[in-house]
Write a protein that binds this ligand. Structure first.
Ligand SMILES: [Zn+2]
Length: 310
């Protein structure tokens, strides 16, 4: 009898896993942003046991000699689906996987691309950030995402970008920039010079509330520099590709400036973090997806950042 229940349970678990995989597969499509540049649009969801952390925008650029992957996905399976999508579109080999930053929804598909001839590229601070968070991230993946993620899924960069790096994919140049601490302390952006498309990843959130995990003041500074760029379109880390991208950048800047202003004022008045969480920026609720979860986290982060400033 016991074996009956074990078999039944394992059949159900197996059925559930197949259902989840089918759901991911069904949802996985790539769109052409410009000739040779493709992206998969993520959903505005928290990472959970249904989406297994596959929620961010990911994509790739095809040159004459090389393909560069722009973030590998939120888990091994999504990485594999992205790889399949690339192989359907081109025979050109994958030479590079560019990791925009440390967050799991962007880079936990890395292992599906790990083979000879593929080089992983990240910000000079990425390796340190990955090492610091590896155990936490792998434990959380098992508990919250229901996926078996091990330390082997943490792929450290082969090439670390200190300021900037130019990649030639064969008739196609990618200009990679390592930014100062902003969304995280290891953000890269990638400019595809051919199509004048700027892959901003989580330096820009569209619709989804911006999440501060590096430096609020640093992010505002980076946004000033980005707003001066002349590019045709941008790809955010979450939300649609934009041609009229300056408005989205300003919208994000307004939210981050509001955090800076209001949290700073509360600290000057000697108020505590609990009051800040209850009062700061409530007018912005309803304007962003996932506001309730990430706004509180942002205030907590920003309070710590601003508490000791002169
Ligand atoms: Zn992120």
């Amino acid at each position: 009898m016991k074996s009956f229940w074990v078999v039944s349970l394992s059949l159900w678990v197996g059925f559930f896993t197949v259902q989840c995989q089918a759901k991911i597969k069904e949802a996985f499509t790539v769109q052409k942003v410009a000739p040779g540049l493709y992206f998969h649009l993520g959903n505005h969801e928290l990472p959970n046991r249904t989406n297994h952390g596959a929620i961010a925008n990911i994509g790739f650029v095809v040159g004459k000699q090389c393909v560069a992957v722009l973030d590998s996905g939120g888990n091994r399976e999504q990485g594999r689906l992205l790889k399949e999508a690339i192989e359907k579109i081109t025979d050109v080999p994958i030479c590079y996987v560019i990791n925009s930053h440390v967050h799991p929804d962007h880079i936990f598909g890395n292992r599906s691309f790990k083979e000879n001839g593929v080089q992983f590229i990240g910000h000079k601070n990425l390796a340190r950030a990955l090492q610091a968070r590896a155990i936490f991230y792998t434990q959380r993946a098992v508990e919250q995402l229901g996926i078996n993620l091990t330390l082997q899924d943490i792929v450290l960069p082969d090439i670390a970008v200190t300021d900037s790096l130019t990649l030639d994919l064969g008739g196609r140049i990618l200009a990679i920039t390592a930014h100062g601490s902003a969304h995280t302390d290891n953000d890269l952006s990638v400019l595809d010079e051919n199509s004048q498309t700027l892959w901003l990843s989580d330096l820009l959130f569209v619709e989804h509330l911006p999440v501060v995990d590096g430096s609020l003041k640093g992010w505002l500074k980076e946004l000033k520099g980005l707003s001066r760029l002349q590019v045709k379109r941008v790809v955010p880390g979450h939300g649609p590709v934009l041609v009229n991208w300056r408005a989205a950048l300003q919208r994000q800047e307004s939210y981050l400036s509001l955090l800076l202003r209001e949290v700073r004022a509360m600290i000057k008045e000697g108020k505590f973090i609990e009051q800040a969480i209850a009062e700061v920026g409530q007018n912005a609720a309803g304007q962003w997806a996932l506001f309730d979860v990430f706004h509180k986290k942002n205030i907590t982060f920003v309070f710590a950042e601003l508490e000791w400033e002169d």
